[in-house]
Ligand binder design. Structure first.
Ligand code: NDP
Length: 248
């Protein structure tokens, strides 16, 4: 028995990093998984790997800031698997820059992908969940959605927006069976942080009591709990997985 047997999941930003790990873990627990990303070749390969391991998965190209592409992803998912139970709004970009040094275009790009992308995911996926009278949305925020540090104005703003829109949506859909929670990773070993300047990474690890980066699987297990019926009384919650970073 898998923890997600019979469920259908859409994961955004699933070509690599945390999204890919979540998609593979969910498929291993019995879900049918629709992987989506702007990286088409890598996304298709990630879906192929899941199928080769005996899971059920397919890839659909999705830029999360596009309403038309969201509409198509949800349509294709329901047409193929006849339902939609789980959405992981994982896709995101890291944008550096403080209040004065962030170009307006970068602010817009960051908010478009990290915040509007999450809003659009809920807007298009929740109606399909309501058809079954149940669903679980997991919005990937960050510790940056809880605390502020200098040099990441747009990123913090976008992740703070994810945190609070999650609570508003949780309250909106609580009586109709759709749960909405946010997940807040600390620093995690993925291509996103592999591309960061070494002294910046070292500074974040310094502020992390466990003194290391987390792994994508340590986040994926949290997402699995929120996706499964084991969390049936959990909505509007913030699941922090950060090696103690926000505890001090
Ligand atoms: P990665 O950069 O490794 O993976 C993110 C994926 O999302 C990439 O494949 C990326 O493609 C894709 N993507 C970017 N823009 C879009 C878009 N418009 N539409 C669809 N897909 C897109 O990052 P992580 O796995 O580390 O991050 C996953 C989530 O976790 C993000 O929301 C991130 O902000 C959050 N997070 C990450 C932390 C970390 O330390 N890694 C810490 C806290 C939160 P491309 O290469 O083209 O950008």
């Amino acid at each position: 028995m898998g923890r997600l047997d019979g469920k259908v999941a859409v994961v955004t930003g699933a070509a690599r990093g945390q999204g890919e790990t979540e998609a593979a873990l969910f498929a291993g627990e019995g879900a049918h998984v629709v992987l989506t990303d702007v990286l088409v070749e890598e996304g298709q390969q990630a879906a192929d790997r899941i199928c080769a391991a005996g899971g059920e998965a397919l890839f659909v190209k999705l830029d999360v800031s596009s309403p038309d592409e969201w509409n198509e992803v949800v349509r294709h998912t329901v047409q193929t698997y006849e339902r939609l139970d789980i959405l992981v709004n994982n896709a995101g970009i890291a944008v550096r820059g403080g209040v004065e040094s962030t170009p307006v275009e970068e602010w817009d790009r960051c908010l478009d992908i990290n915040a509007k992308g999450v809003f659009l995911g809920m807007k298009y996926a929740i109606p399909a969940m309501l058809q079954n009278g149940s669903g679980s949305v997991i919005n990937i925020s960050s510790t940056s959605g809880i605390v502020g540090y200098p040099g990441g104005t747009a990123y913090h703003a976008s992740k703070g927006a994810v945190r609070i829109m999650t609570k508003a949506a949780a309250a909106e859909y609580a009586k109709r069976g759709v749960r909405v929670n946010s997940l807040h990773p600390g620093i995690i070993r993925t291509p996103m942080t592999d591309n960061m300047a070494e002294e910046r990474t070292a500074g974040i690890i310094d502020r992390t009591p466990m003194g290391r980066k987390g792994t994508p699987m340590e986040i994926a297990y949290g997402a699995l709990f929120l996706a499964s019926d084991e969390s049936s009384f959990v909505t509007g919650a913030e699941l922090v997985i950060d090696g103690g970073m926000t505890a001090v």
